[in-house]
Ligand binder design. Structure first.
Ligand SMILES: [Zn+2]
Length: 276
């Protein structure tokens, strides 16, 4: 069933587990992740981010993901990730997305507060939830030597930010990065706990792909309620293609089942882990 992000993250926060967020750019990816979630009876978040719209426009995404979410046997939130403009966020809300990450992390603190508070107000009128970003989560490819802790989210700023914006979930910068890691990520668990303690919100960990099982568990134990995973299922899909070619398949329609299977297995592995 299609639900608001808050409806699945609040129980996760109080229950001590996390919900997986997977970007799905095709019907095959969406079905692979959903089948994994249904198999495990776990809630899940299906998303897409602004920079992926060249591969799957927002409207097209809404046509296949929203119906799949509505008829799913588990709670599903449909999410638009890292949106940079108010108008783009509103477009998603009009299509029926139940969650938007409004990323103003590169703006000043005051501008970030002002912009997000305005969208939170509007999104709640649509029955949707807003996740925001405080602290910048970089691309792994840009930070080969590791991430400067000076760019991490400050707990006291987070407390003020949440109080002023009334945001529903908070993406934090705590040592992770997007994409394939070229360095060993050094996650600041004490910072996660400090932010979770003062905000009382489900925290969102971007860059969850490539983290060890232990890293993911520790992040959850310290207050993370949503973990974004894309690269791991993207790699799994690529491995499906390699397996199909290795098995002598050369037709697209013969390769697809391998891709679907590989994505489903990888998504199930991650969802199982996040459930604790
Ligand atoms: Zn992200």
């Amino acid at each position: 069933m299609l639900v608001n992000l808050k409806e699945i993250l609040e129980p996760a926060r109080t229950g001590g587990y996390a919900v997986g967020h997977f970007n799905v750019l095709t019907m095959l990816m969406a079905r692979g992740v959903l089948e994994a979630a249904e198999e495990l009876g776990a809630p899940v978040i299906l998303g897409i981010e602004e920079k992926q719209l060249s591969m799957c426009p927002l409207e097209d995404f809404s046509y296949f993901v929203l119906p799949l979410a509505k008829r799913a046997k588990v709670p599903v939130a449909v999410h638009f990730d890292h949106v940079r403009t108010f108008d783009r966020a509103i477009e998603a809300l009009k299509y029926g997305f139940t969650s938007v990450n409004y990323d103003c992390s590169e703006e000043t603190f005051d501008e970030n507060v002002w912009r997000v508070a305005e969208l939170v107000h509007t999104a709640h009128a649509y029955g949707a939830a807003i996740e925001a970003q405080l602290g910048f989560v970089p691309e792994a490819a840009d930070v080969r030597g590791g991430i400067d802790p000076a760019t991490f989210t400050d707990p006291e700023e987070a407390r003020i930010y949440v109080e002023r914006t009334k945001v529903d979930a908070l993406g934090v910068a705590v040592g992770t990065a997007h994409g394939e890691y070229l360095f060993r990520p050094n996650v600041d668990y004490d910072r996660i706990k400090a932010i979770a303690d003062v905000t009382k919100l489900p925290l969102v960990l971007h860059g969850g792909s490539g983290l060890s099982d232990r890293d993911l568990r520790r992040a959850i134990q310290n207050g993370v309620g949503k973990i974004n995973i894309f690269t791991d299922i993207n790699i799994a899909g690529g491995q499906g293609v390699i397996q199909a070619l290795g098995a002598g398949k050369n037709l697209y329609t013969d390769i697809l089942p391998y891709v679907a299977h590989s994505i489903r297995v990888q998504a199930a592995e991650k969802i199982r882990l996040l459930r604790g």
